[in-house]
Design a protein around this ligand. Structure first.
Ligand SMILES: *Cc1c(COP(=O)(O)O)cnc(C)c1O
Length: 386
């Protein structure tokens, strides 16, 4: 096993076009109409809170994702925040989220005044383990009327937030059953999974409402941006209202009927988005092709596995991912050291959130798989131009 890092380095080098050059983890791709639309946007003068590109982007996005409505906002974290609010999360509630996710998932729960309730993920999909969650809820929670309460903390559980890790869809059928049994709506954190499908349905279109991100490192970008997706016209209208300072339609009066948020995506960013989404089919194809090449390169290597899309799913392979057999954290460290010193930008998966000082006091289920994956998982360069 001593040679494992070198075997991985060789495998990656067979996939990369120019292994000698520095290869970043992920860079945006502006090969389409980006400059054209952004110039058009600037020449109209409408770069900020009004303009046709926002409406266009929302329509294009909803169509691409096969949902009724999309509401464009400033970033994915803001999209998550509003998604939680419209799903009914109230202060002092608990929200079930994986510990193995980007910190924004938990932060958004806090913005809503609620507490994250960390649960474990599956070894195969890296998404919430629905069967384990079901057992956990039976053991620690009780239904009072139609609402689910945590018997230990006394707090109401408001919803479940699955996250489609690195673009691989969570096992949603099993999760929907848990959602029904315990009366917990599903808010999807689909920030990483634009272009990914679970049993033919686009991720983010399965739960009650979902959040997308168009940050610079995601599969497509608006510079910074996000969106709320839903099949409910009513919820979409509420989301639009809340993200635009809750201003009532009026010719010139400033009437705001609740404390809203200034979360609307600027027109300039939406112009970039309209161009990027035109390229999405190409981006997904490029990433799936890259994933296939990594998969072949890693075939037969002992001690390390390239992570493939789950059964019945089509992944966007946002970040190509491998996992080691061994939990020896020294091995992962040596591997990252070797790859990065050879101009290959590789990164470990996030520190599980329950291990961060800011979240260590929050309620958690058994997190055995999460802890294990955190010592074994790393990402490889995944840009569309590769
Ligand atoms: C990127 C990301 C977000 C947040 O998106 P921003 O646009 O950066 O605010 C939320 N959740 C997950 C899982 C992400 O990867």
């Amino acid at each position: 096993m001593m040679d494992l890092p070198y075997h991985v380095l060789n495998a990656v080098n067979t996939v990369l076009l120019n292994p000698k050059d520095f290869t970043p983890l992920h860079t945006p791709n502006f090969k389409g109409n980006e400059l054209k639309y952004v110039s058009e946007c600037i020449s109209t003068g409408w770069v900020s809170s009004v303009g046709q590109f926002v409406d266009q982007f929302e329509l294009d996005l909803a169509k691409f994702c096969g949902v009724e409505r999309a509401v464009a906002v400033v970033n994915g974290t803001a999209a998550l925040h509003i998604s939680l609010l419209i799903a009914g999360v109230k202060p002092e509630d608990e929200v079930i989220i994986p510990s193995l996710t980007f910190v924004a998932t938990a932060n958004a729960v806090k913005y809503a005044g609620a507490h994250p309730h960390f649960v474990d993920v599956e070894e195969s999909t890296f998404g919430i383990d629905a069967n384990k969650l079901k057992k956990h809820l039976h053991a620690t929670c009780e239904l009072r009327g139609k609402e689910c309460y945590n018997k230990k903390t006394g707090r109401r559980i408001a919803c479940i937030v699955p996250m489609h890790t690195f673009g691989h869809p969570t096992n949603m059928d099993a999760l929907m059953k848990v959602s029904e049994e315990f009366g917990l709506p599903i808010v999807e954190d689909a920030a990483e999974s634009l272009g990914s499908y679970y049993k033919g349905v686009h991720t983010g279109g399965i739960g009650l409402v979902s959040a997308m991100s168009f940050n610079g490192n995601k599969i497509m970008t608006t510079g910074g941006g996000g969106a709320i997706l839903t099949n409910s016209e009513k919820l979409a209208d509420i989301a639009k209202h809340l993200t635009t300072t809750a201003k009532q339609p009026s010719k010139w009066e400033f009437k705001h009927d609740e404390i809203g948020f200034n979360y609307r995506m600027p027109n300039l960013n939406a112009a970039l988005g309209v161009a990027q989404i035109e390229s999405m089919p190409d981006f997904v194809n490029a990433k799936r092709d890259l994933a296939n090449r990594y998969k072949n390169a890693f075939e037969g290597l002992e001690g390390v596995t390239f992570v493939e899309e789950p059964e019945n799913s089509k992944s966007n392979y946002w970040l190509c991912t491998c996992k080691l057999d061994s939990e020896d954290s020294k091995q992962l460290e040596n591997l990252l050291e070797l790859l990065n010193s050879n101009n290959i930008m590789a990164r470990p998966i996030w520190n599980p959130l329950h291990q961060l000082k800011i979240y260590e006091g929050e309620f958690r289920a058994d997190l055995e798989v999460t802890k294990s994956l955190a010592k074994r998982v790393f990402n490889l360069p995944s840009s569309t131009f590769l």
